[in-house]
Design a protein around this ligand. Sequence first.
Ligand code: G1P
Length: 289
Amino acid sequence: MKVRKAVIPAAGLGTRMLPATKTVPKEMLPMVDKPVIQYIIEEAVASGIEDILIVTNRAKSAMDDYFDYYPELETRLNQAGKDKELFEVRRAADLANIFYVRQKETRGLGHAISRARRFVGDEPFAVLLGDDIMRAEKPVTLQLVEAAEKYGASAVGVQKVSTEAISRYSSVKVSPLEERIFSVSDMNEKPSPEQIFSNYAILGRYVLTPGIFEILEHMRPGYGGEIQLTDGLRELSQHSRMVAVDFEGRRYDTGNLNGFLEATIDFALDHPASGPWLRKFIQQKAKEL
Ligand code: G1P
């Protein structure tokens, strides 16, 4: 079982980051010197993915433009001898084979994923949520791909979160298989404290078998009146094998302001162009606070 395709749902309205996201897709907000979605595509590529489908909507065409060539700009950079900038601009456009499909109505994550059926066909595929950036030594998607291949299963990426926080995510019923890998038998979306199966929450990464599409077709709206991927996965876990991977790495939810700022600071500290300067700036600031 080789995972060659990935789907990135990026059709949300970005309501937690308004007004910035009124005309700029949240996936295109700059994270230091690249848009958020580029980190996600780079993780997919580093995990062996070749073809990527981005599920967009009518307000997101800046994404297609970003991953396209821009001859006028490239000629100008070339003439000005700006080789580094030219290289980076081209590199973004050549990262992967990127395809797009529009989710014509905002009906939830499960509905967005169901738009990928024709693209995926009859193969396992990865899902990377468009606003969850991971910082990890081994790409998180690759950690899931390896577990999925080993167990011939679908896989969800989980981490333990606090009991207060889990109602913002999904809770997974798990039993241990080996270090950091569990078997999954049930799950629910946005559980209330009495509904929690465990403190393991799914955090933005999945490897799914194509059987999910048949399930999503007949899925009724769940939490928030939307077609929930979690409800579909629950059914998938009852028909076929599913594992949860307690992945190694740090996840940032760039779809809310605090998560976005945490990621910005961590990535800027790591970046050679800004790291040394930012370290000094933060030290100075800390003295003033
Ligand atoms: C989505 C999923 C949820 C998951 C979360 C974090 O929720 O529906 O199961 O735990 O992402 O990856 P959302 O953030 O869209 O409310």
